[in-house]
Design a protein around this ligand. Sequence first.
Ligand code: PEP
Ligand code: MG
Length: 779
Amino acid sequence: MNTAESRINTVGLVLVSHSRALALATETLIRQVTGSDVRLAIAAGAGDEGADLGTDALQILAAIESLDNPMGTLVLMDMGSALLSTETALGLLPESVRARVLMSSGPFVEGAMTAALAASGGASLAEVQQEAENGLRMKQQQLAPDNITAEKNRQIPAATPKHQRSLHLSDPAGLHLRPAAALAKLALARSTPSFIAAAKHPDNRVSASSLTAILGLDLRQGDEIYLQTSGPDADAFLDRAAACLQENQHPPAKIPTPVENEATKHPQGAAPGFAQGPLIIRDGLVTTVPRSYCDDCAKALHKFLEAIAEVRRQLSDHPILEAQNVLLSDPALLEKTTTLIQNEHLDAASAWAQSISQAASQIDALSDPILRARAADLRDLGNRVLQALGVTADSQPWQGPPAILLVNELLPSVALRLNPKQVLGVIDRHGSANSHAAILLRGSGIPYVINADPVVFANTQYVAMDGKTGELWPDPDAQILVTLHDRERMHQDQNSAGSYGQITLNDGSTLELWANVASTAEAAAARRLGATGIGLLRTEFFFLDQKTLPDEESQCQSLRQVMAPMQGLPIVVRALDAGADKPLSFIPIGTEANPALGRRGLRALLAYPDIFALQLRAMLRAGQDHDLHIMLPMVTNPEELRSARMILDQAHRELEAAGHPHRWPVPFGIMAEVPAVALCMKQFNGLTDFVSIGSNDLTQYTLASDRSNALLQTLGNAAHPAVLELCRKMVQDSHAPVSICGEAAGDPQIAPLLVDCGIRRLSMAPPRLSNMYTRVSGT
Ligand code: PEP
Ligand code: MG
């Protein structure tokens, strides 16, 4: 038998290490002893050429596949996440290959050496595994012969008998997400399989590494459960698993009606209006994927793995999304997707979407409403991976009959696509009144309550809500519905046609009320309510769901449509404010550790001057017959304004040269959102034609308080003296008119304080105009 033949007929070894140097040195050591008679592959290190410490499931998968060994393959790992990565890689192997791959619990260097010796001698996979596990034996015998003898005499369970622990679930919420995720994480970190079952259905035991499978058991308070595993660390594992199930108890549910204002969960109105209707838990708003096929399974699998790796990177920045991270390693989900790719030749997106929706519908079918709500995490995760696979979200996130949606942090890109005819209201478990999602819902008139406690909706089929006060009534009685009906009528009266654009104050000055809009419907409402003008036309909302940059003509058309109802009145159009929570795929800002302080607004526009110039040309053309003003977002220094003005002048020259009719000259102004602008306002005198205070961002930057963080809502208040002081200073220092278009301008509590600072132009969502008019008139 020549060497090549002998190598083909030996068990293969894969060395998985955090350190490439360690793996290479181990290989050298082995080869010096066994010669070339061993089939060996390395998956070690992370980053470029494995220079960083770490392990990577894709590398491990490739290493196992490179051996392609009918005799089987043993994987030796060094420690920690090496096991997790290997489990993941194994979950992605075709069943036929996976059946011939074993993980070794032996020591890395010694185990690899003894395994290699056994393999090169022609041992079977089971024998090689046994040898690897015995790798320390010689050392142990020499150093502690008594221990090893005692060990020998002890009844070491063979691989099959299991260690078992039984425990009762005392948590009123049953086995809910947190403990289930903690258990799956523990189980995933081991190479020996472990299982969980309900005592009442002992045959239905599932892998403890699979979060979806655990949740699928629908374990309830009072159920007895079994945990089973084997291996030398079985008892330690069972101790830890039992402890983590006990520790992660859910606080007992309280179901107040209407919802109490608790310190931690304080539902808040974020978009006024009343709604009642069936409640739909719709956290993930899962993207639909048309079923499509791909003949190149390896390519599809690779694409899928890359998407998983990308999402894992994204989630690692969000400890709060820990459960999603565990779901991402769920062997049941990964296996299902891999099987669909390999056996049914589905492409990566179709296979993943099918696995997710099956798993989510299993959870939907559970009797426990709290567990049922977990389907949302799955769908949300599903969407993240689909996005990483390049699938764009549906144009209509909710297609069913009119309903109120319960969501888990509404994204602006989703808010944008909600149709008020189908979505009567939105209740958000998280959210913030200053988020762009809230701004969009206020504009489209969809009532929105944030920071709601999902436990309240445990058994709710129908809900009523007041988006102004934040009150929520699960399954309201007739009396509540009558009260709501009256409130609704008053609200509608306030929003029928009116003339709410100007108020004469007691000092004789005029306070102007302007409108913030992002759609034609909002512009029409602004006209109907008599707004003085449009103080902020947010253009980025046109593009949130676009994958590519719309051309000049289509941008021009979109702008014309929105501006049309306000013909003859001043219209302030803001240049794209991309970045932070409004990422646009055609402005590739890249990953930033802190996007709110990154390349957003004008910074991004100056980084992509062609995109900026194209938008300016579209604005100038669309504004030909309008009193057009152009405004820049997130300005920090006068220099940026100078650069922007040069691009604007150039846009005008290009249109002129091309013979396109357009508006010229146009007032060109800045948003004051960065405290530096407020403090150095005098430097902008002579450069800017107007100033509009973006109090949403000015507040978050002044108070170092993330505007989208629901827990910082009290802190991030525009009525803080520091913010008001900056506003007052800008009014004093600016030669150009100063208005305000942040949400504070439409807040009846804060607006009078802004008026006290000398501001005489407030721009707000149209539904707030009449209320503001009533509130401020006569002050
Ligand atoms: C603001 O920051 O106040 C503002 C109006 O801009 P946006 O909310 O769009 O960031
Ligand atoms: Mg802003």
